[in-house]
Design a protein around this ligand. Structure first.
Ligand code: ZN
Length: 441
């Protein structure tokens, strides 16, 4: 087994990412077939066979396997090939150029999720090259359609091809390492659970009329109801994952803040600490259900009070919130029985993945070795990921981009000038490779 020169690996990973970004997989429409062919090309150059599944014309999912001796159940590396749209005019570089500059790879997907994809791909290739005997299969799955719900991607694979997967552990997106956001030590937040997204539609109907004397029009009623919604506070729940998260990040604080963060759920400090913690949006989203108004529609002529108004809410439920209980509360917050509430079905309630599994403990050990002084903690992701489909099948799924990102880096995700550093690509590939080696060899 020849020694791995990690700086070379970092550079190769960056070049691979640059080419991967150049394949435009904006979803819709996705067109991930081209990117699946690209990944297949890389894998076959390393003598790894892969299978491409076709859920719909132009769409694709790719599965590759390094065979183990079967004494343990498989582990699967998972990423999605599709990306969200990019508004070219606001970018410094063309979003699909994959420009390599200033030690970074730029372009849509650099963080979400092609960056993770190339780290996994390189680690997978290195594991193959190492020739070590594996005690479990190592799978790599690249899926389409994550950004729009996974109907052609992860959901489709689990529904139609679960026998090809049947893994014990999944390594997905959902968390990342950060620096400068919580204290001055790197914090690696590993997602073990996620909120459940649900779209709610509100509709007000009634008499419109002349713009000069229609104060009670449906639109005015909707505005008042949304105002009450905006100023409402949703109940706080300290679940096990949140408590563990607070215990871990308390180490980034000095006394007495560290003690208060660790004991935030104690009745005596609860209301003070909730206010303090909830001022950080990501932590607020771990503590309670959240509601964001994403659309309001109404309007007729300039001097006409319209006879209908609708609004759409992006609701994210905690893993334990009942839909019916949430809707009851929503109705009382809106405070207007004439407003109709309709909602889609949220994903089913699923427990979180274990915080003391062999996977989690191995990953944490490798991170502590590679990034001394860091803190590894479980979190509950505010957004949805493909992990839910695998958790529903009983797999333990963990979300982590093993990189150290600043707030400025994070702001580029789904935003403008998305980028990742070559140093992070090297670090992430190494963390994945060493974790796989310890878990599988
Ligand atoms: Zn993503």
């Amino acid at each position: 087994m020849s020694e791995i020169i990690w700086t070379d690996v970092g550079r190769d990973t960056a070049r691979l990412l640059s080419r991967y970004i150049q394949i435009d997989t904006t979803n819709p429409p996705g067109n991930e077939r081209k990117s699946a062919d690209f990944l297949e090309g890389f894998l076959s150059s390393r003598s790894v066979q892969s299978t491409i599944y076709t859920p719909a014309p132009g769409r694709a999912n790719l599965l590759a396997k390094l065979e183990g001796d079967g004494s343990e159940r498989p582990i699967m590396l998972l990423h999605h090939m599709d990306v969200v749209p990019a508004n070219t005019e606001r970018w410094a570089e063309e979003p699909f150029s994959g420009t390599l500059a200033y030690g970074h790879v730029m372009g849509r997907g650099a963080i979400d999720d092609k960056g993770l994809g190339v780290m996994q791909l390189m680690a997978f290739g290195l594991l193959k090259d190492s020739g070590v005997t594996l005690k479990r299969d190592v799978l790599m799955l690249a899926v389409s359609d994550e950004e729009l719900g996974g109907k052609c991607g992860a959901q489709w694979m689990v529904k139609n091809h679960w026998p090809d997967i049947q893994c014990e552990f999944v390594w997905d997106e959902g968390g990342t390492g950060t620096l400068g956001i919580m204290g001055d030590r790197p914090v690696f937040a590993v997602s073990v659970a996620e909120k459940r997204g649900m779209i709610v539609q509100l509709m007000a109907k009634g008499a419109g009329g002349h713009g000069s004397f229609s104060a009670n029009s449906p639109l005015n009623r909707m505005v008042s109801a949304l105002n009450r919604l905006k100023s409402s506070q949703w109940p706080v729940q300290f679940g096990e994952v949140t408590k563990s998260f607070l215990r871990n990040v308390s180490e980034t604080q000095s006394f007495p803040s560290s003690w208060l963060v660790r004991n935030a759920s104690m009745p005596l400090f609860r209301s003070f600490m909730v206010k303090k913690l909830a001022s950080i949006p990501v932590i607020n989203a771990m503590l309670r259900d959240t509601v964001t108004v994403t659309s309001v529609q109404s309007g007729a002529g300039m001097n006409v009070a319209p006879d209908s108004a609708s609004a759409r809410l992006d609701v994210r439920l905690l893993p334990t919130t009942e839909k019916s209980e949430f809707l009851r509360k929503l109705k009382s917050v809106l405070g207007d029985d004439s407003i109709l509430i309709e909602s889609a079905e949220p994903p089913p309630k699923i427990g979180s993945s274990a915080m003391d599994s062999e996977f989690y403990e191995t990953l944490a050990r490798v991170i502590y070795r590679r990034v001394p002084q860091s803190i590894v903690t479980p979190i509950q992701t505010p957004a949805g990921t493909d992990s839910r489909f695998f958790r529903q099948k009983g797999a333990q799924a963990y979300g982590l981009l093993p990189a150290v990102l600043t707030q400025a880096d994070l702001d580029t995700m789904h935003g403008v000038d998305e980028r990742i550093s070559i140093a992070n690509l090297e670090l992430g590939t190494r963390i994945i490779y060493e974790t796989l080696l310890e878990l599988c060899a």
